[in-house]
Ligand binder design. Structure first.
Ligand code: FE2
Length: 377
């Protein structure tokens, strides 16, 4: 149950991120041109993103969204967005809560809001970050790729209204229709042009209304997280990455000749009640995309939190192990470090799917340490 009052304490509200609009230099960061170019890789006939709905079917839009999200994970975009985030946080806001120690969302959110999207079940209803897995220490930089205005833009409410509405929604268990209609009454459309970004906090209720402008709006959003937040399911290393660190798993680093296996631990909160055989199947498919051919799949014995099977595998020379995540362990972080060191000594390779990470040498362990440091802080 969400403790609404504790979430809406004023000290959780950073005025710098309280519904603020900022300008950035379009010559430095020409997001509209970059996204148009990336769009044309898939659909070369597109010349105007605001008219995209006249040329693409709904299925095409899904294809495009996936293509653009892959683009936001590219080295080129990641490097640019890291500079952009740094400029917003340190230069524009002079936010001392973000010295060098913050994390950036791995895959930017990409929104394509076509006219009359509600009729196609594509309306993004009002919500807070508390419903979508964020703590309110998570801040969002929302950047339109086309001018956002009137009914094609995002609608927001202020902090106090968000607080009182969230309280009523939870106390009275409102249905979606009422949440949407009541939020529409107290919110306003953010008018954000190309060359501007909008900053808000995960406590603010926000969402879309039916787009009646006749124009498509496109935007991307990037979340950043400082040390003091409760990460929940949005973990460092998987949902967030360290700035200027991307492409951690280069396929050429993988030694395909090792004796590979897929390994899942059923004894920790990462897997919890999820059927680990389903996760294992996902990993086996992922191995195929990496060109790894596992000889075996295995899981730790139930209730053996000290992980005897895993330590045994690591003690064998020339082993490769594919894990779901750096968090799928029932041993302490210190015990994990010594396991990783043992693996390196024995020429084992460890690969982590959720974080796209390989442990091959000592420096790789340092990256995991940083993520643990954020998460277990
Ligand atoms: Fe949102």
């Amino acid at each position: 149950m969400l403790d609404v009052n504790s979430k809406y304490k004023l000290d959780n509200l950073d005025p710098k991120w309280d519904n603020k609009k900022i300008k950035y230099d379009l010559l430095h960061y020409n997001w509209p041109a970059k996204f148009l170019e990336a769009t044309r890789e898939k659909f070369p006939n597109i010349t105007d993103l605001t008219e995209i709905h006249t040329q693409l079917s709904v299925n095409d839009l899904v294809t495009l969204r996936k293509h653009l999200e892959a683009y936001t994970r590219s080295a080129e975009f990641s490097a640019e967005v890291d500079k952009f985030v740094h400029d917003v946080v340190s230069v524009e806001l002079e936010d001392t809560r973000y010295p060098d120690e913050y994390l950036v969302q791995y895959t930017a959110g990409l929104r394509i809001v076509v006219p009359d999207q509600q009729a196609k079940n594509r309306l993004l209803n009002f919500h807070t970050g508390y419903w979508t897995g964020y703590d309110n220490g998570t801040n969002t930089i929302w950047t339109p790729i086309t001018d956002a205005y009137d009914t094609n833009t995002m609608y927001v409410t202020d902090w106090d209204t968000s607080h009182s509405l969230m309280k009523r929604i939870h106390d009275e268990r409102w249905p979606m229709e009422k949440i949407q209609s009541e939020c529409e009454k107290v919110s306003w459309p953010v008018d954000v042009k190309v060359g501007e970004s909008y900053l808000f906090n995960q406590g603010h209720l926000h969402g879309n209304v039916n787009n009646e402008t006749g124009k498509t709006r496109m935007s991307f959003d990037v979340r950043i997280a400082h040390r003091d937040i409760d990460f929940g399911r949005r973990r460092p290393g998987s949902f967030y990455r360290i700035p200027n660190q991307y492409n951690m798993l280069q396929k050429e680093k993988i030694d395909k000749d090792k004796n590979w296996l897929v390994f899942v631990s059923p004894n920790d909160e990462y897997i919890n009640m999820a059927p680990y055989f389903m996760i294992r199947e996902y990993l086996l498919n992922w191995c195929e995309t990496l060109g790894i051919k596992p000889n075996e799949w295995s899981n730790e014995y139930h209730e053996c939190q000290w992980m005897p099977k895993l330590f045994d595998f690591v003690s064998r020379k020339n082993t490769g192990i594919v894990f779901p995540s750096i968090y799928n362990f029932s041993i302490t972080p210190d015990e994990r470090y010594s396991l990783f060191e043992q693996a390196i000594e024995n020429h084992c390779q460890l690969i982590f799917c959720d974080e796209n990470l390989i442990v091959n040498k000592k420096e790789d362990i340092e990256i995991i340490k940083k993520y643990y440091d954020f998460y277990y802080n």
